[in-house]
Design a protein around this ligand. Structure first.
Ligand SMILES: Nc1ncnc2c1ncn2[C@@H]1O[C@H](COP(=O)(O)OP(=O)(O)OP(=O)(O)O)[C@@H](O)[C@H]1O
Length: 365
């Protein structure tokens, strides 16, 4: 199974800014690596460079023992020779081949016997619930069905390295969930290495063994989903993950919440002047009745309930803290009403602290 190594990879499409900037990323054997970030951050470019569909401008990419792209050494291996399975947003199915023949395509190239091929096509189209369309052509299928055919075509040949660019984007939510579970199972069963592009944080968190968060062409952080969520290295990563997003208190503002934050930080950080903001996730906050006696192990913001928004299994409580909106997630509301004066309480360990450059600061508990 291949390990993929990107070293100092730069991609420039000809403009002033690089689409990908000095990217160092190792994707180990058996990883399910999600490239996550907002639109235009360079995810698709990265996966296309691994596939060989884009040349890199500088740096190097190695797959297993083989250098596949290194402009300085004039090395470039074509996509066909890289031996990777790919599914991209635009499917690229053969329009003149039926569903079954599309899925069979890679098996034929591998010179399997007709009996084995038929069995494999039957098995994989069954698994992806497209067996009933086996004689249709791609133009006679919905976007979601085409996406499943593209996945089936890739999976049929048991690739050890799979590159997937938003492969589930056209599926409805139920099918998406099913396909995620299927991908997770396939990843485990086939011991494959997967690179998966998504802008959907939930998808990344549920699927990945590792997540690489990108922003404006620059890799921000790589780690396990919980690492990224619990210990974001900077404010961008902190605010990109989580729904509702993390609440921030700006230290530079002359506000009661900044005063509470300064009180909380005293003795916990070396240089309070160097702190730009603190962040608390909505689910780390509990909504409580005002209580003058609080432990020093808690961070407290006083506010008023603005609105109570049901989200199915829980509630989002919108509160006004000074002139700021702060959101808390509550499993139960009790007798809470809009207009109530409340305190938002977080355990000290759940408070994230960022410096003036938005980088994470270690805090003494
Ligand atoms: N063929 C191209 N020519 C010129 N610029 C390009 C090309 N492809 C991508 N870009 C630019 O490179 C940057 C990164 O694009 P990329 O498609 O990799 O982002 P992305 O994170 O995958 O976005 P999305 O989620 O919207 O697909 C963007 O600014 C984009 O406009």
């Amino acid at each position: 199974m291949p390990t993929i190594r990107l070293k100092n990879v730069v991609k420039n499409y000809g403009g002033d800014t690089n689409a990908v900037e000095n990217l160092d990323l190792t994707i180990n054997d058996g990883d399910f690596m999600c490239l996550l970030g907002p639109s235009g951050c360079g995810k698709t470019t990265t996966v296309r460079m691994i596939a060989g569909l884009e040349n890199i401008t500088a740096g190097s990419i190695q797959i297993g023992d083989r250098m596949v792209d290194e402009p300085n050494a004039q090395t470039y291996v074509t996509p066909e020779q890289r031996d990777v399975g790919m599914v991209f947003q635009n499917y690229a199915l053969w329009p003149h081949l039926s569903v079954a023949d599309n899925v069979d395509y890679g098996l034929k190239l591998r010179k399997m016997s007709k009996t084995d091929r038929d069995a494999r096509v039957g098995e994989i189209t069954g698994k992806l619930s497209i067996a009933k369309y086996r004689d249709r052509y791609p133009s006679q299928l919905s976007g979601g069905q085409q996406q499943r055919v593209a996945l089936a075509r890739m999976l049929a040949v048991n690739p050890k390295l799979m590159l997937l660019d938003e492969p589930l984007s056209n599926l409805d939510s139920r099918l998406r969930l099913e396909m995620r579970a299927e991908l997770k199972r396939i990843h485990a069963e086939f011991d494959a290495t997967v690179v998966f592009v998504t802008h959907d944080q939930w998808e990344a968190m549920t699927l990945a063994t590792h997540v690489a968060v990108m922003f404006e062409g620059v890799l921000q952080q790589v780690g396990s989903p919980m690492d990224i969520y619990d210990r974001p290295v900077n404010r961008f990563v902190a605010s990109f993950l989580g729904v509702p997003p993390m609440n921030f208190v700006e230290m530079g503002e002359k506000s009661p919440q900044a005063a509470s934050a300064a009180e909380f930080l005293a003795g916990r950080v070396e240089d309070i002047e160097g702190i730009g903001s603190i962040g608390i996730r909505p689910e780390a906050l509990t909504v409580e009745r005002p209580n003058p006696v609080r432990s020093s192990g808690q961070f407290v913001l006083a506010g008023r309930v603005e609105s109570l928004m049901p989200t199915g299994g829980s509630w989002t409580v919108e509160t006004a803290v000074g002139s700021q909106r702060v959101y808390a997630t509550a499993l139960q509301l009790g007798d809470l009403q809009p207009g109530d004066r409340i305190e938002l309480v977080a355990p000290a360990a759940s408070v994230h602290v960022f410096d003036l450059n938005d980088q994470r600061v270690r805090v003494r508990q």
